[in-house]
Design a protein around this ligand. Structure first.
Ligand code: ACO
Length: 430
């Protein structure tokens, strides 16, 4: 591959000033293969050059056809379709199908897909016993992580990750069962008996029903507008290309672990306050601020580096997160039904002040998806610690689409990054 002073079209010429040697590295599309850097050595036999990239900020770990983001322009598309169109015209289950299969379902595909997802919503009675073993005050996200991992022991057939039919079955199971597990995690914290899913309801309606219906004998009418709002939130959260949790899903999947174990790892990654835990952190922050007169002091603390404004900033978006725009509009519809959430005033004023402040402008810090979603979840009646769980439910379809793409990609190998070793050289015990 290397050649001295060779010029080829679509190539990168590298001159190593340490040795005076020239290298030509092929450029494929808009990337080079990092392994090409290995040939660049300081002395014969020395280790090759590596790219040091903590946080993988400029390293593509896969080729993907699923989700496209242009962070500068604030664009998000699933399989080519703009998120705005999908959120307006498609249901979450249609979008999940699109992510997994690459195309939107025909009416008969959709009917079969909905039937299969509905058919798999029940969980094994032993899994209920497993869940009831968590402490009464266990964080529902901890319950979700543990229970997803436990599911792998119920489905040993899921180990056949190279088998198309087996993969399809696990995909049905995971998309179908995650709302059931999420609802049970909530019911556990309330001390309520678990209620089996209602197969005559839509995906979002069923989830709301089995979460909030106090008992099997009590009536609970799901408000159709709230179910639709939740469904839109599910569409917006379904995938976001190579974020922390999706990378965890792919990394664990690269060892050919079963998808339940991979999903537990992805959910664990989502748990952190810098990722899926941010919506929880936003509401806690807004509650702590309490009133608009306290905002200037908070902004000062942020600018002094003492704290971060939760729900602001994004690794990829250097513009307004397109999902945050849709959610902000949707908040008004939800509050018409639930009544105004007083935290909205604080959030709107915080956004207004931050977006006119040089600190935020120069760093391209805009509201992200989490800034308004938490306030909506709270108005729907969800406790704060359920917010990351509400993120995990729809993200399951994205995780699975990415996992499937990874395990079927002939170029993928087990993830095994390199390091820059800075420890002691060889030394010996006395
Ligand atoms: N509040 C204040 N300052 C911030 C914020 C913030 N929320 N985010 C970034 N900055 C500042 C940093 O201090 C840094 O400033 P400096 O250059 O003076 O040191 C600069 O902006 C760049 O920040 P990084 O940490 O390098 O940005 P990175 O891309 O690594 O982080 C992240 C992205 C983690 C999302 C960050 O913006 C953050 O912590 N936001 C708050 C948490 C949050 O809302 N997370 C949800 C993300 S969306 C999702 O996961 C669904």
């Amino acid at each position: 591959m290397s050649s001295v002073n060779a010029m080829a079209p679509d190539s990168l010429s590298i001159q190593d000033q340490r040795t005076g040697k020239n290298y030509t590295v092929p450029v494929e599309g808009d990337h080079i293969r990092a392994a090409q850097l290995e040939q660049i050595v300081k002395t014969e036999g020395a280790p090759g050059l590596v790219s040091y990239d903590p946080g993988l900020i400029n390293t593509a770990i896969c080729k993907s056809t699923i989700t496209y983001i242009d962070g500068e322009k604030g664009i998000l598309r699933y399989r080519g379709y703009p998120i705005e169109e999908l959120a307006e015209k498609k249901s979450y289950l249609e979008v999940a199908y699109l992510l997994i299969h690459g195309e939107l379902p025909s009416p008969s595909d959709l009917a079969e897909w909905q039937h299969n997802i509905t058919f798999h919503t029940l969980i094994h009675e032993n899994l209920k016993v497993f869940m009831s073993g968590f402490r009464y005050d266990a964080h529902p996200m901890g319950i979700l992580v543990g229970t997803l991992g436990a599911l792998s022991t119920f489905y040993p057939d899921a180990k056949n990750v190279k088998d198309t039919a087996s993969r399809r079955l696990q995909i049905y199971r995971l998309i179908a069962k995650i709302p059931t597990i999420a609802a049970f995690a909530y019911r556990h914290s309330q001390g309520w008996a678990y209620i089996d899913p209602s197969n005559d309801l839509s995906y979002a309606e069923n989830f709301l029903s089995i979460t909030f219906r106090p008992s099997i004998s009590s009536r609970y009418e799901v408000h159709p507008e709230l179910a639709r709002a939740l469904d839109v939130l599910f569409v917006l959260h379904a995938d976001h290309e190579q974020n922390c949790s999706t990378s965890a899903m792919r990394a664990v999947g690269s060892s050919l672990a079963d998808p339940f174990s991979c999903a537990a790892a992805a959910a664990a990654a989502l748990y952190g306050p810098l990722h899926g835990g941010a919506n929880e952190a936003v509401v806690r922050m807004l509650e702590e601020i309490g009133s608009v007169d306290k905002i200037p002091a908070i902004i000062q603390e942020v600018k002094a580096g003492k704290r971060r404004l939760m729900g602001f900033g994004h690794r990829v978006y250097r513009n307004y997160d397109p999902r945050a725009k849709i959610i902000k509009r949707m908040a008004d519809k939800v509050f018409e039904i639930t009544g105004m959430n007083p935290l909205l005033h604080v959030a709107l004023e915080l956004e207004r002040i931050a977006l006119s402040d040089e600190y935020f402008i120069s760093r391209h810090l805009y509201p992200n998806v989490d800034f308004y979603s938490g306030i909506i979840y709270q108005s729907m009646g969800f406790p704060t610690d359920m917010f990351p769980v509400l993120f995990a439910i729809p993200r399951m379809s994205g995780w699975l689409a990415q996992w499937q793409e990874g395990v079927t990609d002939p170029e993928q190998r087990i993830v095994r990054p390199k390091q820059v070793y800075l420890g002691p050289g060889e030394r010996h015990l006395p």
